[in-house]
Design a protein around this ligand. Sequence first.
Ligand code: AMP
Length: 214
Amino acid sequence: MNVIMMGPPGAGKGTQAGRFASERGLPKISTGDILREAVKERNPTALEAKARMDRGELVDDATMIKIVTDRLARPDVRVGFVLDGFPRTVAQARALDELMQRLGSDPLIVVDVTVPEQELVRRLASRRICSACGTNADPVSAACGKCGGELVQRTDDDQGVVRERLKVYHQSTRPVLEYYRERPTFRVVNGAQAPERVAIELDSVIADAAAARR
Ligand code: AMP
């Protein structure tokens, strides 16, 4: 099963992608996590990308397409995958289609997690991640529930940067939804509900989309 989790920053797509992937034994591929990890390891390409990430801008398509092409070549992806944070431009979506065709993969299931803008801004302002393992944390916790690490705000969750990220989302990523919308495997989920409700709806629409694959 090849799933793409779409949605604006703060929609909860990373959390839902992680849960869905671990329940199904699928690798979760988050391009934001891959970039943040590469920055920690001081990888030269990633350090160049970091300046763009800190400003809330997108990293260039060629770099992102290479990251995802390399990742999808690994053997653990044979069972399928859940992609989180990619594609973010129509050029990336086209490159992914070409790659899937080359690999002879099953049709993509695309889920759009929608949340009103006001709620996104509120969520991003209070979001904290673990400085050690990168997991999204509950803002009221004192430490990471997974590894006990210190919780910090992502530099790009700063209010000014959030505004830029939402602008970039509307300009570059919303057109990707139009690129996918007419496919029989495209589904929408209401992300403004409690995470447990979102999870139930998500599981149901993915099952439905899987049945619609030809
Ligand atoms: P995320 O954790 O998905 O919000 O990603 C954090 C940042 O990494 C984004 O704001 C972008 O700067 C960069 N990034 C992640 N995925 C992509 C992508 N597919 N295309 C371009 N930039 C990306």
